[in-house]
Write a protein that binds this ligand. Structure first.
Ligand SMILES: Cc1cc2nc3c(=O)[nH]c(=O)nc-3n(C[C@H](O)[C@H](O)[C@H](O)COP(=O)(O)O)c2cc1C
Length: 383
C-alpha cells in the first residue's frame, strides 16, 4: 500500500500502522480505559444527516473563513499533538509546512519535538501554541513570552490533562519517550527497519520546548503518563486561565471544554474561543462526544465566543454537520498524524488534500457556496 492508494483516513491509518513500530502507532491510535469515548467521538456524527438543495449555482465555492482573528483557507485546524518526531523524522516541521501549504491553522503542542522558535522561523501562516501549565509556573510565562517573540498568532490552554488518562495500550507496549529498545519491544522496532534507520540518522528526539524540565526529571526515558503526573499542576483553576489570557494579550482558546458551565466560564474570563474537546478520547472515558454536546454549548454561548469542535472528525461531512449546528471550525488530530506516519509531509498533505476536496465536493452537492450558509436547516437528526 502507498500514499496514492489512500482514499480516506482509514486508509492512511492502515498505512501508518505498517510504517511505524507498534508502540508508536498505538500511542497515536489509542484512547483511555475501554476507549468508549474514542469510538463514540466519530460515531456521534452518524446521528445527523445532511440536507442538500439543488439548482443553486455552485460554480464558485469559497471555503475560506476566519479563526481566532486569522483568515484561513479552511475551517479545519490541525490540533496540537505532542512528540511528532517519533512518528516521522521531520516531525512538526512536516506537519506545519503542510498546514502552511494548504493555508490552514496549525497548532504546536507544549510537548512538541520542534521548538517554538524553529516553528516561528519555519512557517509564516497562522499558528497557535498550546500550553500545559506546569508546577513551575514561571515556565508558563516563559513559554508565552517565547511565543510572542516567535510571532505565534494565538494561544490555547488545555484544561483536560490535570492527570494523565489511563491509556492501557501504552502500558502494554511500554511506550516511553525517547523510545527504548527493550527485549519486549525489540521485535516491533526490528520489524520497521526503515523507521529505525531514519530515527537514528536524523536529529535526536527531544521535547524541544522543555529540555530543562526533562533534564530535571532525573530519568533518561520517561513515559508520557509519568511526565504529566510529575510535572503538570493539579492546582490549576480559572484564575490561572485568566492570568494566562492577560499575559498573552491576544487571541486565546480554552481547549477541553466539555460542559455548558465551563463554556460560560470561558466567556467570563475573556477567552476568544473554546475547543469542545475530550482530548480525542485519551483522558476521561465516557465523557460525551464533542459533536453531541455542541448544540447545548452553542445555545449557551454561541455568538459570544468562537466554538471549535475537536475530536472524531474523519470526513468533511463531519465538519459540515458541526458547522451547521453552530461550530465556527473543527480540528483534527489523528487524521494528520496518520498521514505523517504514513509518509511525512507528503502524507500530511495527502490527508489535508482529501479533506479539502471532500469539503468542496460536499458543499457543491449540498448546493452551498459559502460556509456561512450552513445552519440548522442543513442537517436533520435521525429518528
Ligand atoms: C498522539 C496525540 C498526541 C496529542 N497531544 C496533545 C497535546 O500535546 N496537547 C493537547 O492539547 N492535545 C493533544 N492531543 C489531542 C489533540 O489535540 C486533539 O484534541 C485530538 O487528537 C482530537 O481528536 P482526533 O484525534 O479524533 O481528531 C493529542 C492527540 C494525539 C492523538
Amino acid at each position: 500500500m502507498q500514499l496514492k492508494n489512500c482514499h480516506n483516513v482509514s486508509d492512511f491509518r492502515k498505512l501508518a500502522k505498517r510504517k511505524i513500530p507498534s508502540p508508536l502507532f498505538h500511542y497515536i491510535d489509542g484512547g483511555a480505559d475501554d476507549e468508549h469515548t474514542l469510538a463514540h467521538n466519530s460515531t456521534a456524527f452518524d446521528g445527523y444527516d445532511l440536507i442538500p438543495n439543488g439548482l443553486a449555482d455552485v460554480t464558485n465555492v469559497d471555503l475560506t473563513t476566519s479563526i481566532l482573528g486569522q483568515k484561513v483557507s479552511s475551517p479545519i485546524i490541525l490540533a496540537p499533538t505532542g512528540m511528532s518526531r517519533l512518528f516521522h523524522h521531520d516531525g512538526e516541521n512536516a506537519t506545519s509546512k503542510a498546514a502552511e501549504k494548504f493555508g490552514q491553522y496549525f497548532s504546536l503542542s507544549t510537548l512538541s519535538s520542534v521548538s517554538i522558535e524553529d516553528i516561528g522561523a519555519h512557517i509564516s501562516s497562522p499558528k497557535m501554541f498550546q500550553i500545559y501549565i506546569h508546577k513551575d509556573r514561571g515556565l508558563t510565562y516563559e513559554l508565552i513570552e517565547r511565543c510572542k517573540a516567535a510571532k505565534f498568532t494565538a494561544l490555547c490552554l488545555t484544561i483536560d490533562t490535570i492527570v494523565a488518562g489511563n491509556r492501557e495500550r501504552d502500558l502494554r507496549t511500554g511506550m516511553v519517550m525517547p523510545p527504548r529498545f527493550t527485549p519486549s519491544s525489540l521485535l516491533s522496532f526490528a520489524m520497521r527497519p526503515k523507521w529505525v534507520m531514519n530515527y537514528l540518522t536524523h536529529s535526536a528526539f527531544s521535547l524541544a520546548n522543555l529540555e530543562s524540565q526533562i533534564g530535571s526529571s532525573g530519568k533518561e526515558n520517561i513515559s508520557v503518563i509519568e511526565y504529566i503526573n510529575s510535572q503538570f499542576d493539579t492546582n490549576l483553576c480559572w484564575e490561572d486561565a485568566e492570568k494566562a489570557i492577560e499575559a498573552w494579550g491576544g487571541p486565546f482558546a480554552i481547549k477541553g471544554v466539555m460542559s455548558v458551565e465551563d463554556a460560560k466560564r470561558a466567556v467570563d474570563v475573556g477567552a476568544s474561543a473554546i475547543m469542545i474537546s475530550n482530548h480525542g478520547g485519551r483522558q476521561l472515558d465516557f465523557s460525551p462526544a464533542p459533536f453531541d454536546i455542541l448544540p447545548e454549548i452553542v445555545d449557551a454561548v454561541g455568538g459570544k465566543i468562537e466554538i471549535i469542535c475537536d475530536g472524531g472528525v474523519r470526513r468533511s461531512s463531519h465538519v459540515l454537520k458541526a458547522l451547521a449546528l453552530g461550530a465556527n471550525a473543527c480540528s483534527i488530530g489523528r487524521p494528520y498524524l496518520y498521514g505523517l506516519a504514513a509518509g511525512g509531509q507528503a502524507g500530511v498533505e495527502a490527508v489535508l488534500g482529501k479533506f479539502h476536496d471532500e469539503l468542496k465536493r460536499n458543499m457543491m452537492l449540498m448546493g452551498l457556496n459559502r460556509l456561512s450558509q450552513l445552519n440548522a436547516t442543513k442537517v436533520r437528526k435521525r429518528c
